[in-house]
Unconditional design. Structure first.
Length: 94
């Protein structure tokens, strides 16, 4: 993104993960905390760095896990051409 933003003398870094590994392990080992998980993803879905196919396949396999995706309509239309997802577990907003 740096090449698209006209900002001089600004430090650009990747964002840290939303949860620390130690915190995730606590949740993973305590099943009662994972009875229902609602997630949200806001961003692009272009193939490559933003391909959520594998992630969404796993979401569909797990009971009590749902996700809302907010993305560009044209990217969602292109993304879902070769993939079928359960609309009960995956909600899409534009």
């Amino acid at each position: 993104m740096k090449k698209y933003i006209n900002a001089k003398n600004v430090k650009f870094e990747e964002l840290p993960p939303g949860i620390d590994k130690k915190d995730f392990n606590i949740l993973k080992n305590n099943e009662r905390d994972l009875r229902k998980v609602e997630m949200i993803y806001v961003g692009g879905l272009a193939d490559g760095h933003y391909d959520l196919s594998l992630f969404l396949e796993e979401v569909e396999k797990k009971e009590g896990i749902n996700i809302s995706i907010c993305t560009r309509k044209n990217e969602w239309e292109e993304f879902k051409k070769n993939k079928k997802f359960d609309s009960k577990k995956i909600k899409v907003y534009h």
